[in-house]
Design a protein around this ligand. Structure first.
Ligand SMILES: [Zn+2]
Length: 99
């Protein structure tokens, strides 16, 4: 560790999560790859980050979070919104018709 710019390390490490989630821009990805080739500390940190991210994805609780409700529950919720809207519209139409 000599004159390495640690602001660069911090900047690159902040991009790890975005890079692993494929949310980083091409420019950011290139910056990460370039930095990892020259910085063993960050390369190690990156490997650890990837391992943690993979571990999380395989965890059932995290995996189900993407679809919090089963399909039929979601469809059920949409039907309720539709029924409620229909009732409200019907009530309004009746109110106008009976005036
Ligand atoms: Zn670094």
């Amino acid at each position: 560790m000599s004159v390495r710019d640690h602001r660069e390390c911090e900047r690159v490490r902040q991009l790890f999560t975005a890079e692993i989630d494929r949310e980083a821009t091409e420019l950011e990805e290139a910056a990460i790859r370039r930095h990892l080739r020259t910085c063993a500390e960050c390369a190690e940190a990156y490997d650890a980050h990837v391992a943690v991210a993979r571990g999380l994805r395989q965890h059932p609780l995290v995996r189900t979070r993407r679809h919090p409700l089963p399909l039929w529950r979601r469809i059920g919720a949409e039907i309720w919104v539709f029924v409620t809207a229909t009732v409200v519209v019907a009530a309004l139409v009746c109110a106008f018709a009976l005036r």
